[in-house]
Design a protein. Structure first.
Length: 613
């Protein structure tokens, strides 16, 4: 079963050796609740409960009057509840961790799944620690899947080594192939190859089997997770490999209903070369998350073709973040100002309307990427995947799982614990994303339709660089400290949009060498890159500009087009001729090249030697 619906075991304070039985029929959970002793001190925490989940345990307790924080203690124990190691403070609960300060909870994570522990919580009043609560003992959930069952018994290298080693590329490909062979729900698709010829694989998951073609998937509800763009940020890659197994074999009602109605796409590693070398960039050193508009690299080119063909409705992009002042799970929507308002608003609904509240209930701290002195992050580059996908009418967010210890989640000085915490928190996030998608699909679809209608109308200004502001979330949640505004300057705004762009035959067809590190045989032209995005271009002949290609603005990717073809853009592929709308002598709307070449016009319908490309 999955993290979102797996049978959970609840243990309460005072349970020295609690026994919990589960009735697995009809999703009924029978919980043993032993009598707990009453606190002898008014500052002692009571009502402690521990609920086991997928790689973490949610602790909740009755608030103590006057408490300013709570410390969470975890101690390894044996089957007789005798400590087998030192106690560790694994968390500090502060009011700004949550949107519900009167219902404290904390997601303890980092332990090896299947191990047994004692938990206690104590309050602080006026900086004075109070007595610990009565202890709660429990054995944590084991790794998902029955080891004796084919497919379910698969384990990644990361799981087999208890997070001591990340899964190698060879083991990843073997695991993916075995999982696809063992489950009818899973199809493995190679969407491209890296510079060093590693496959870029994608899990396509549905119930009882996934839809057969990209076209059929494109016309149905589809959710995507891109798991590993930066090679030295592998936690989401490990999460997606485990998550694929959970989705492939979980038999709970929630998972079955989700997969019957939704196709799940998981891309474990777009940057296989960087992961193998443990580098941020790919084999040329290129940061692939700064190339999703330009498509200089074969990895981003392949990913753009996948987005064009499968058209996911919503997506998450997995990263890690090193700032120790941030929350557990910083997130951020597509902020570029060329993203339609409807996509931005629904992406914010995913984050503040779903993840903030569900995360608080389960003890996870979501906040905006850049919260708590995050610095100059989460800005407006159109090269970033979340911004590109927003301009492609995809609702979504990025995840920046916090790498370091922090004020509310101290570093345990154990790399394996830190790796497990990041990976299982990513699994939690993506499962919540799927639940949001399942519950909100009509609203998501409305946002997409409104976005496409807006983009194809070609109305409103064009912004070359500039972010939408993230409104401050009500305190005490850390959303009160949103990321920088990053407003566009006057030179980054085009008040009146052009009607299109004219490219010469040479501009359109010449293979570009904008990354000399890419082998010649893997380089692509503007024509190929526009086609990979799904941007239409048409062959035309004009009076003064001659024969060439016309890219109309009135199409679904309107927000992206000028960022690629306008000389005023920050990082264009090529400087094409900006064509402006005008009224011709016959009263028809024309698309002209402006004062410099006033007779070079494309008349309404663009039917002068017009042919599709």
């Amino acid at each position: 079963m999955t993290a979102a619906n797996r049978m959970r075991r609840r243990l309460t304070g005072g349970a020295r050796s609690a026994v919990v039985s589960l009735a697995l029929l009809a999703g009924v959970v029978v919980v043993a609740t032993p009598m707990s002793s009453q606190a002898q001190d008014p500052g002692e925490v009571t009502g402690l409960e521990v609920v086991q989940a997928d790689g973490y345990a949610t602790l909740s307790w009755t608030p103590v009057a006057g408490a300013t924080d709570y410390q969470i203690e975890r101690t390894p124990v044996d089957a007789q509840n005798t400590p087998t190691g030192p106690s560790v403070i694994t968390g500090v609960w502060l009011p700004n961790r949550t949107v519900t300060p009167d219902a404290p909870s904390f997601a303890d994570a980092g332990f090896a799944p299947g191990d047994r522990f004692q938990w206690r919580v104590r309050a602080s009043i006026d900086s004075t620690p109070q007595p610990f609560s009565e202890p709660v003992f429990a054995t944590t959930e084991a790794q998902f899947g029955d080891p004796s069952k084919p497919g379910e018994g698969l384990r990644t290298e990361w799981e087999l080594t208890q997070a001591a080693q990340f899964t190698s590329d060879v083991n990843e490909y073997a695991y993916e192939a075995q999982l696809a062979a063992a489950s009818d729900r899973v199809r493995l698709v190679e969407i491209g190859r890296t510079i060093q010829n590693r496959p870029i694989n994608m899990f396509v998951i549905g119930h009882p089997t996934p839809r057969p073609t990209a076209k059929s998937i494109s016309g149905s509800p589809t959710a995507l997770v891109n798991c590993n763009v930066h090679g030295n940020e592998p936690s989401s890659r490990e999460a997606c490999l485990i998550l694929a197994r959970e989705l492939a074999f979980a038999d709970d009602r929630r998972t079955i209903d989700l997969l019957r109605q939704t196709t799940i796409l998981l891309v474990p590693a777009i940057n296989g070369d960087g992961r193998a070398a443990n580098t941020r960039g790919n084999a040329t050193g290129q940061d692939l998350n700064r190339d999703h508009s330009l498509l200089r690299e074969p990895e981003t080119f392949a990913f753009a073709e996948m987005l064009r063909d499968y058209t996911p409705d919503a997506a998450f992009d997995g990263h890690e973040f090193g700032n120790s002042q941030a929350g557990d799970l910083p997130t951020l929507p597509p902020r570029h100002q060329n993203v339609a308002q409807s996509i931005f608003d629904e992406s914010q609904n995913l984050i503040t309307g779903w993840l903030y509240s569900h995360g608080s209930s389960d003890g996870w701290w979501f906040c905006p990427y850049g919260c708590q002195n995050g610095g100059n992050v989460g800005l407006s580059e159109e090269t970033i995947l979340r911004n590109v996908m927003g301009m492609k009418s995809v609702v979504g967010s990025l995840l920046e799982a916090r790498s370091a210890g922090g004020a509310t989640r101290p570093d345990e000085a154990n790399p394996q614990n830190n790796r497990r915490r990041k990976t299982y928190s990513a699994i939690y996030t993506y499962q919540q994303f799927f639940d949001y998608f399942h519950a909100n699909y009509p609203a998501i679809k409305r946002a997409i339709n409104e976005s496409i209608a807006f983009q194809t109308s070609n109305t409103g200004r064009i912004v070359f660089r500039g972010s939408r502001p993230i409104p401050a979330f009500p305190p005490p949640h850390p959303g009160e400290s949103p990321p920088p505004i990053d407003a566009p300057g006057p030179d980054q705004i085009l008040a009146e949009p052009p009607c299109g762009y004219f490219l010469t035959h040479e501009q359109y067809t010449t293979v570009l060498a904008d990354d000399p590190g890419v082998p010649v045989e893997l380089r692509t032209s503007v024509a190929e890159r526009l086609a990979a995005h799904g941007i239409a271009a048409h062959r035309v002949r004009t009076d003064d500009l001659g024969a060439g290609y016309f890219v109309a603005m009135a199409q679904p990717l309107r927000g992206l087009i000028p960022l690629l073809l306008d000389g005023q853009a920050a990082e264009p592929m090529v400087e094409a001729v900006r064509l402006l709308p005008a009224t011709g002598s016959d009263g028809e709307t024309e698309c002209t090249s402006g004062e410099a070449v006033p007779t070079a016009t494309l008349h309404a319908g663009y039917d002068l030697d017009y042919s599709g490309h």
